[in-house]
Ligand binder design. Structure first.
Ligand SMILES: C[S@@+](CC[C@H](N)C(=O)[O-])C[C@H]1O[C@@H](n2cnc3c(N)ncnc32)[C@H](O)[C@@H]1O
Length: 225
């Protein structure tokens, strides 16, 4: 089983500090919701977000959406070889049932995430397909108990992705960590959790591109493709 975490993901609800900002209130009212029950999104909340700490690494729920779609629909996951988690920038952990079918419509995904932050599981009744609880990346790694933790970062050691995948599949319980944010590096605290830091390309790539490359190479290494 390969464990993948999308870490420090720019997925959260509107923080209380900016809930009264006119642009935030107006948007939430239009959707008939309390501002703090809506997702923070830099494309709508830019003006209000500029005073938030780390504002340029927050409010990108689309990164989680596209990366999850890429991973969940990969042959690697279809073959039952993946465990997928999302760790968020405000330290929540989302466990994702590998069988979940995410909505193909982004607005519906937003609604699903808003429900998840409100009631901590979706669907609210019956067997949950996603659950949310408080927790740091360190907490998550303690639970997953990986045999080796690989952080994917353009600042890491340049490695042929094929060599990386061949090494990862030889591990008992490998954990691959990909950043779910738009800018910058993992926090120093989280980077210290890495056994290895791996770069697969000379420039920064989008998280979903890295997820696609990694899933594909793991599929080859496991003989799925
Ligand atoms: C959009 S990048 C994060 C922001 C990026 N560091 C920047 O400043 O533009 C999202 C994530 O994809 C992974 N990633 C991006 N480029 C990579 C590369 N060249 N090698 C390995 N991982 C990479 C890392 O996990 C990174 O945190």
């Amino acid at each position: 089983m390969i464990n993948i975490v999308l870490a420090e993901s720019a997925l959260e609800t509107v923080p209380r500090e900016i809930a009264d900002h006119p642009s935030v209130k107006r948007l939430a009212e239009r959707r008939g919701k309390d501002p703090t029950s809506t997702l923070l999104d830099i494309s709508y909340h830019y003006a209000a977000m500029k005073d938030l700490e780390d504002w340029d690494r927050r409010g990108r729920p689309d990164i989680t959406y596209v990366t999850l779609l890429t991973l969940l629909e990969s042959p690697l996951n279809r073959e039952g070889r993946l465990s997928i988690y999302v760790h968020t920038v405000r330290d929540f952990i989302i466990s994702v049932d590998p069988k979940v079918k995410l909505p193909r419509n982004y607005t519906r995904f937003e609604g699903l995430m808003e429900q998840l932050f409100e009631v901590f599981k979706v669907p609210p009744k019956g067997k949950p397909l996603m659950t949310l609880k408080r927790g740091t990346l360190k907490d998550l790694i303690r639970v997953v108990a990986p045999s080796r933790t690989f952080f994917l970062t353009e600042e890491g050691k340049r490695t042929k992705v094929e060599a990386f995948a061949n090494k990862a599949v030889k591990e008992d319980r490998p954990l691959v960590v990909i950043g779910g944010f738009q800018r910058g590096e993992f926090s120093d605290e989280n980077l210290r959790l890495a056994d290895e830091r791996v770069s697969v390309y000379k420039e920064p790539l989008d998280a979903w591109v890295v997820a696609g490359i990694i899933a594909h190479e793991l599929e080859r290494a496991l003989g799925i493709l």
